[in-house]
Design a protein around this ligand. Structure first.
Ligand code: MD3
Ligand code: FE
Length: 234
């Protein structure tokens, strides 16, 4: 890399010059609360201290419900591998998108949501202005290099007044944050390990996605990004 990231030297910013691509994507501070749009709040580094614990707890979820590549209603294999924990899990197959109480791969209920998961989600929601958020579903996404999520809305939950809380772990990703119409040009935002975004209010139904993950190696996850998305689905 031609420049060191100024994230590593907050007290001594680099001299201003023509920014490199990476600098354009990394909006500076690595902690603090930032309003992205009405109802959408970015909490940079909010889960950084919990990241290792969350990943250890994830291992016990995966022992019961491993990652798998689900099929879209149109018959495509998703590049993102997914699993769930909590009372309900999000699934997609040839018959559609929905939440269900059981893992279709085993017929068993989804593993319970670890306390460390629900606690960090509730703390983040409260910090963002949504006190009393109690997730009943956690969709867990795994991105390997090249995996992506095209622009979509999350509409399978019953109550859109409930926010969604997302926790990024491992490799960084470029998040696409669009508007209420698919054709609204999305903003691009870099999400790093430990970042949490809370999506509520009018942002709850915004189109969003993830650009193809870049190659990399992260000390906590190796060659992947894990995203935990907490929902009140039922
Ligand atoms: C904005 N996941 O699982 S998390 C998804 O990083 C999903 O794995 C992405 O989109 C990921 O559905 C993005 C951030 C996110 C989640 C839900 C949202 C952003 C959202 C719902 C409404 C608006
Ligand atoms: Fe989504």
């Amino acid at each position: 890399m031609a420049t060191k990231s100024s994230r590593l030297s907050e007290s001594r910013p680099e001299p201003r010059s023509i920014p490199l691509h990476a600098d354009l994507l990394s909006d500076l501070p690595r902690s603090g609360t930032e309003k992205l749009a009405v109802g959408a709040v970015l909490l940079r580094g909010f889960a950084a201290a919990d990241a290792a614990t969350l990943l250890v707890e994830l291992e016990s979820v995966l022992a019961e419900a491993p990652f798998r590549h689900m099929t879209t209603p149109g018959g495509y294999r998703m590049s993102v591998a997914m699993t769930n924990c909590g009372a309900a899990g999000w699934i997609t197959d040839r018959s559609g998108y929905r939440y269900g109480p059981r893992d279709p791969a085993t017929g068993k209920p989804w593993p319970p949501m670890p306390a460390s998961f629900s606690q960090v989600a509730a703390r983040a929601a409260a910090q963002a202005g949504y006190p009393g958020f109690i997730p009943d579903a956690c969709l867990i996404n795994r991105y390997e290099p090249g995996a992506r999520l095209t622009l979509h809305q999350d509409r399978n939950e019953r109550d859109f007044a409930q926010p969604i809380v997302s926790v990024s772990l491992g490799l960084p990703a470029t998040f696409l944050f669009g508007g209420l119409r698919r054709t609204d040009r999305p903003r691009r935002l870099r999400l790093e390990s430990g970042d949490i975004v809370v999506w509520g209010g009018p942002s709850r139904l915004a189109f969003h996605g993830i650009d193809p993950l870049a190659e990399g190696d992260h000390p906590l996850t190796g060659r992947c990004r894990i995203n935990l998305t907490f929902r009140h689905a039922l």
